[in-house]
Write a new protein. Sequence first.
Length: 158
Amino acid sequence: MIGHEMGHVVNKHSREKMVLAYVARALRKGLASQQNEIGQLAGSVLGGFVEQLTSAQFSQHEERQADRYAVKLLIDQGYTTGAAVSALKKLAALPTQHTFFSSHPAPEARIEALLQNGGKDDKKQDSLTQALFGYAKRVVVTLLHFVGLVVNWLLSLL
């Protein structure tokens, strides 16, 4: 468990999570302020659903990264992954319901990934998340730039 939490620190998940939350909220509020169908959708329950789903899926990806870090740490230090599998089996035995909105992947899926990958990075999944995160940052920067241009234009009219 400590190795898993170390994985969150090493991968800077708290920072990324905070940025993603601000980006998603700003984007939704910006779209919701529009006086058209897109604004109505963004301000609706559907807009909240999309924002929540994005956050949950990003969290599950972070959890998988932290799991891989912990497994790699165990293996590099000469330990087996048996205790990690045992801990995840105990989590799986708890009465919970995992959905797309869960912040953590289902324990069964985590066990399977641990046994299949043995701490190896999933480059395809990592690159997809990095691409989405990069895209979200570019969208926010572009929107902020646009807002700055509009504000400057409005000030020039005064």
